[in-house]
Design a protein around this ligand. Structure first.
Ligand code: CP3
Length: 350
């Protein structure tokens, strides 16, 4: 795997190009985060989470922490999906220990309160973070950018916070689909510009996070999730023809198949509830897959972790696969269990 390889030899990019490797490349969703003591220490130096995201030296350091510790095959830029509404003029705050807070978009003024176009100047820190990390990574480590998918981001903009079953945005989809469509359209345009700029700043690939796919009906999934993601993929490729894109739909069995068939993404990230055998036949037969270990096996450790890793490796060994969790790592995860996970996946067990 020399540097003369078309993907530059980075294992993650080789898999995105369709290669099956004997050991899958590995990274972890939310790999920079509170389970790491060095993250907690660094995070304590910023007054708020958004300040932290907008401080390039700190965000670059947070991005690199898990790479230094575990040697993952990809670094994902430290930021948040909610910087996009922030850069559209809907201020985002994080109440300590409570998650995101936004002033719900529907309460007054609706879309008139939002800017027509995303303010990329406001996100200058993200692009600077990308440049800093790019310069610090070894030649084998891929650099990932990301954004939230429009439905997931719109759901936060509508409810103003996380809501278990997304009642506010689902209800809006029935009561005022034109309004939701206009909001989604604005997010599609914003996400295209944001991702194109991430590629120009130096990321190798991006992941689109549709964390709330599971709340949608089949019709809703097609209209509010798959369709808008397809427009983002096409819009980004119109400007960056070889842009590599991973799409993650959470809690959406059928959605994974639709993502593989219809979004144009290079790879589909699977959540942990999807059966490996089904996904190998229905999804991996069409596109490289990423995933899908249950994050709680890494909290539990021991036999649960060993069995979980083995099942994921076995399910996807016949095709292109990037090892990952089926959703973000949780703050309670013992660092030793992540070390164990890395050993199990790399096969350098004793
Ligand atoms: O390491 C990485 O993966 C890169 C950084 C990253 C963060 N958020 C940092 C973060 C990424 C890729 C995200 C994506 C994100 N953010 C998603 C999609 C993925 C998913 O988990 O479903 C969503 C839905 C969000 C929105 C968000 N950000 C919530 C709901 C919260 C609060 C809940 C929580 O996990 O604390 C955040 C805050 C957040 N984003 C933290 C981190 C490390 C924790 C806050 C802190 O450290 O103070």
């Amino acid at each position: 795997m020399g540097s003369d390889h078309p993907s530059g030899g980075k294992p993650l990019l080789r898999v995105l190009a369709g290669e099956t490797l004997s050991r899958p490349p590995l990274w972890i969703m939310r790999q920079a985060g509170r389970y790491l003591p060095e993250y907690r220490e660094l995070r304590a130096t910023a007054p708020s989470f958004m300040d932290f995201c907008y401080a390039p030296a700190k965000a670059a350091e947070a991005t690199l922490q898990p790479i230094r510790r575990f040697g993952f095959d990809a670094a994902i830029i430290f930021s948040d999906i909610l910087v996009v509404p922030d850069a559209l003029g809907q201020k985002v705050t994080f109440a300590e220990g409570e998650g995101p807070r936004l002033h719900p978009i529907t309460l007054d003024g609706g879309l008139k309160r939002l800017s027509d176009e995303i303010d990329l100047e406001r996100l200058g820190a993200v692009f600077e973070t990308i440049e800093r990390v790019r310069g610090a990574l070894g030649p084998e480590t891929a650099l990932l950018g990301f954004c939230g998918a429009p439905w997931t981001v719109a759901s936060y903009m509508i409810a103003g916070k996380g809501t278990p079953e997304l009642a506010p945005s689902r209800l809006l989809a029935y009561r005022d689909p034109e309004f939701l469509q206009a909001l989604i359209d604005r997010l599609v345009a914003a996400s295209i510009r944001y991702l194109v700029r991430q590629f120009r700043s130096g990321v190798d690939a991006v992941q689109i996070f549709e964390s709330f796919a599971g709340a949608l009906t089949r019709e809703g999934l097609e209209r509010w999730s798959i369709g808008p993601i397809r427009r983002i993929v096409d819009g980004v490729r119109a400007e960056v023809p070889h842009a590599r894109i991973i799409v993650f739909l959470r809690a959406s069995g059928l959605g994974h198949r639709l993502a593989a068939e219809r979004t144009g993404a290079d790879a589909v990230a699977l959540d942990w509830a999807v059966d490996g055998r089904w996904a190998a036949e229905q999804v991996q037969a069409l596109k490289p897959v990423q995933g899908n270990l249950d994050p709680l096996t890494v909290v539990a450790g021991g036999a649960a972790l060993e069995n979980g890793v083995r099942a994921v490796l076995d399910a996807f060994s016949g095709g292109p696969h990037i090892f990952n969790l089926g959703h973000g790592i949780v703050p309670e995860t013992p660092v030793e269990n992540v070390e164990q996970l890395v050993k199990l996946v790399r096969g350098d067990q004793g």
